[in-house]
Design a protein around this ligand. Structure first.
Ligand SMILES: [Zn+2]
Length: 865
């Protein structure tokens, strides 16, 4: 047994049913519970080991008809804990026989404030502080709420009963079947048995709630859909309710398997570590990921809410009905849900142009993270909870989604869907591994799916295709792409991917081929009279393309006259910026190409242009040429900025609203005098009249005011923050406050972030935004180091929040800083952050090389431009 497999429980004992009764105490913040687990022993055993973490098991008894020593066949076991393995072992004096047994446990635990396991969340209602109890079990925290066989393949039926105060509500995965009085002002709510499912999908929620509801009817089935909020917020639940009903109908049809439960609840939780959690039938959300206030919510938030709801609903099939066999296959759940959420949103909101946005939001981010030497394969061996927690990252979600999209494009949407239907049907209420999905898709499509997908899933990184046109032939070479020139130099990776190559030119869509060798000659149709050639049509392939200088130049024309689609225009500039960072082309080439986008009006393309220019601004902000660079950036925005105004028209397209916010934000950040003036006026008007700014303009106003403000503006933003009731608005204001340039405000901000005015779920993001602000970076890093113990206490239990705090350290660009950071983390524990720390160091060293290589080049470009 190696280190990885040794954390698995013994496979000869497994549960079939849990009857659990839990009584949370929302004043003392503890809970008491008892459970009876129906077990099957495949061979006689003297011990039973199951997961239990931070629980006190008060008694353990086993019932078995064939145990003769006592009349009823009850035996008590002796208990021992293994805190490292997070298990409890019950030792019996004689062998328990093969076959069925029942294990009865009585236990108690703490209703913690760590946003995991069974935890408490707080909110204010009518001036009073209130609490609710809720659960977050994925990946390995069901064991914090009740002793259990806490592995995804140990599926069982759950019968939950919650003992709660008379006037409160209880929510679990199914509907209540019985509510009875209980002593002392309590009642006992008994829920219907769940389908056979994994422990991490169980939910138990207790508190004061209100809800809106509706019935979804499709496939001859009725499902009661409810959206729950804390008191006073149910008017913000309507958008979510409408989306849920539509998405449920969409997925029923798409998967061709009706949603198996008769209830679907979506619950907004005030404190929540992730975005949302797909508990079967009782999906929990962060408030910002579920609630929309028509008066105060921005278009961008609406979109995020729709995507998140679609994502979690997709899991009800992909994840809940068919579950990964072990966390190594987590990407199957997450990559798939991250892909299909766009399909559902595109279906409901066809005008949102959501697939183009997939490009930046998921694919672009995955291409960035997977360009590190310190990345990991999509499918990675994991064992202990810390390792498991670390893979809930953009590689599992976004690279996973991107390679699935590439595969769907290769197989054709219909064959892909039919393969999924076959897979879901075959493995319903069971577990599956990656190979089972490939087998299903192969069976339906007749194509060698496993062979094509092997290295995309099992190897780290992805290829860059170098295109060489010698006038007669078009040659293509593949090699692993590194964003760091330093990493590339050290690399010995010779991985060859099966690359589906699509291309089109000014005359034809070229035939699709697969590149399965280091290099090949590309078959071409009618090259005579060709003006340009674009590889990777529609950007469905997960790779970058490095054209020769002439070929790249020839693409300027179809970019300008939009002969290329928006997603293709996006792909070209995305790769150009990345190749410049990697040292494959001079930065001046990427900047020159950016200048060709002056007539661009697509939102996603502009997100890329702005972020590419931001990255270079980060690199050179301490250099003399920074001022000139900002002018160049504003010049690049000039065309779109002149077409962007501050007046909202109700008929504006969704993407226009997004574009407006992006461009006005960028204009303020790069110092456009007119934008700064208007933002300040709007802010003043808001404060003097109390009249709301349109939600789509708020982030531009708040950010610009902070970037160009001082003590007075800080005070006012702070005041607005403390007054806001909607979490989306609080977050917008608090984020903006990270943008001040003066030391006093930065210091005040950092204190504020760790104060009681900011929820623990949000502080990591705000620290990260502050760390990304070049003017605040040194102070923020110092603050993080000084408060490391507090951060550890809050976020050091695993998960992604701690690594999120430190990630923007990678904007530094000197070896000296790299050494300092390395030294700090050598002496300070940072659980779950090892990969992020390695990436930070890799990027800092890459930045240093980039700056040394291209500072003069950028300077010459700016002077010549
Ligand atoms: Zn998910």
């Amino acid at each position: 047994m190696n280190k990885k497999s040794s954390v698995r429980l013994a496979s000869h004992i497994f549960p079939t049913k849990y009857q659990i009764t839990v009584k949370p105490d929302l004043e003392a913040f503890i809970f008491e519970g008892e459970e009876t687990i129906d077990l099957i022993l495949q061979k006689p055993s003297k011990n039973i080991t199951l997961h239990s973490k931070e629980l006190e098991i008060e008694s353990a008894e086993i019932f078995n008809a064939s145990l003769r020593e006592r009349k009823k066949g009850i035996w008590a076991g002796k208990m021992s804990y293994n805190t490292k393995a997070e298990t409890a072992t019950l030792a019996f004096s004689k062998f328990l026989p093969k076959g069925k047994s029942q294990l009865k446990l009585i236990f108690k635990g703490v209703l913690n404030d760590k946003m995991r396991g069974f935890y408490r969340s707080s909110y204010t209602h009518q001036g009073h502080e209130k609490h609710l109890a809720t659960t977050q079990f994925e990946a390995t925290d069901a064991r914090r709420a009740f002793p259990c066989f806490d592995e995804p393949a140990q599926k069982a039926v759950f019968e939950v009963s919650l003992i709660i105060p008379e006037f409160q509500s209880a929510i679990s995965n199914t509907l209540p079947t019985e509510i009875k009085e209980h002593s002392g002002g309590y009642k006992i709510v008994k829920f219907a048995p769940t389908p056979k499912m994994s422990t991490y999908l169980l939910a138990m929620i207790v508190g004061d709630f209100e809800f809106v509801e509706s019935i979804a009817k499709s496939h001859g089935k009725k499902t009661t859909v409810r959206v729950y909020t804390t008191p006073g917020k149910k008017h913000q639940a309507k958008f979510a309710l409408n989306c849920s009903i539509k998405f449920l109908e969409f997925f029923n049809q798409y998967f061709s398997i009706p949603y198996p439960l008769n209830t679907l609840d979506l619950i907004a939780i005030p404190d929540f570590a992730h975005g949302a959690m797909e508990n079967w039938g009782a999906i929990t959300y962060r408030e910002t990921a579920l609630l929309i206030d028509e008066e105060h919510s921005a278009a961008a938030n609406k979109q995020q809410v729709a995507l998140t709801i679609a994502h979690e609903l997709a899991h009800q099939w992909f994840g809940n009905l068919v579950t990964m066999e072990w966390w190594t296959h987590l990407w199957l759940n997450e990559g798939f849900a991250s892909y299909i959420e766009y399909l559902a949103v595109d279906n409901l909101f066809p005008k949102w142009d959501i697939w183009t946005q997939f490009a930046y939001g998921d694919m672009g981010y995955a291409l960035t993270l997977d360009a590190f030497k310190n990345t990991h394969p999509i499918e990675v061996e994991v064992g202990n909870p810390e390792e498991i927690g670390e893979i809930f990252d953009a590689i599992s979600y976004s690279k996973g989604a991107s390679v699935i999209r590439m595969l769907a494009a290769y197989l054709g949407e219909r064959k892909f869907r039919d393969g999924l239907r076959f897979y879901l049907k075959k493995y319903s209420y069971k577990n599956a591994a990656t190979k089972h999905l490939w087998m299903a898709l192969e069976k339906i499509s007749g194509k060698p799916v496993a062979k094509i997908m092997r290295n995309w899933v099992s190897r780290p990184g992805y290829p860059v295709l170098k295109i060489v046109d010698d006038g007669k032939k078009l040659k293509i070479f593949q090699s692993r792409f590194y964003s760091s020139a330093v990493s590339k130099k050290q690399s010995k990776d010779k991985t060859i991917w099966e690359v589906p190559i699509t291309s089109r030119d000014s005359n034809y869509h070229q035939p699709t081929t697969t590149l399965s060798r280091p290099s090949a000659t590309l078959p071409q149709r009618g090259r005579e009279g060709r003006q340009w050639l674009k590889i990777n049509s529609n950007e469905t392939g997960f790779y970058r393309v490095a054209y020769g200088p002439k070929m790249l130049e020839s693409l300027a024309e179809p970019i300008k006259n939009k002969k290329l689609s928006s997603i293709e225009r996006w792909g070209i500039i995305r790769d150009a910026f990345a190749l410049a960072e990697a040292g494959e082309i001079p930065t001046s080439d990427a900047l020159g190409l950016a200048g060709k986008y002056q007539k661009e009006d697509d939102y996603t393309v502009w997100v890329e242009l702005v972020s590419g220019l931001d990255a270079i601004a980060q690199l050179i902000y301490k250099e003399k040429i920074y001022g000139e660079f900002k002018k160049f950036a504003l010049n690049t925005f000039a065309g779109i900025l002149s077409n962007t105004n501050w007046t909202i028209n109700a008929k504006d397209a969704h993407t226009k609203a997004l574009l407006r916010s992006l461009i006005l934000n960028a204009a303020g950040r790069f110092g456009d005098a007119a934008a700064i003036k208007i933002a300040k006026q709007k802010f003043k008007h808001l404060l003097s009249t109390g009249k709301h700014i349109h939600p789509d303009l708020r982030s531009a106003v708040y950010n610009t005011v902070a970037e160009n403000g001082g003590e007075d503006e800080f005070k006012k933003l702070h005041f607005l923050h403390n007054q806001a009731n909607l979490q989306e608005e609080q977050r917008r204001l608090a984020r903006a406050m990270a943008n001040f340039k003066s030391k006093n405000e930065i210091v005040k901000y950092l204190k504020f972030v760790l104060s009681r005015h900011v929820r623990a779920q949000d502080a990591p993001l705000f620290l990260a935004v502050s760390l990304a602000n070049p003017n605040a970076r040194d102070l923020t890093w110092k603050f993080i180091k000084q408060n490391w113990n507090i951060l550890l206490q809050r976020y050091g239990h695993g998960g992604h929040l701690l690594s999120r705090v430190i990630q923007p350290l990678w904007h530094y660009s000197t070896e000296e800083k790299a050494k300092e950071i390395e030294k700090f983390f050598r002496t300070h524990p940072a659980p779950g952050c090892q990969r992020t720390i390695a990436q930070i160091l890799e990027k800092i060293r890459s930045n240093e090389a980039w700056l040394r290589r291209d500072l003069r080049n950028i300077e010459n470009f700016l002077h010549g431009a």
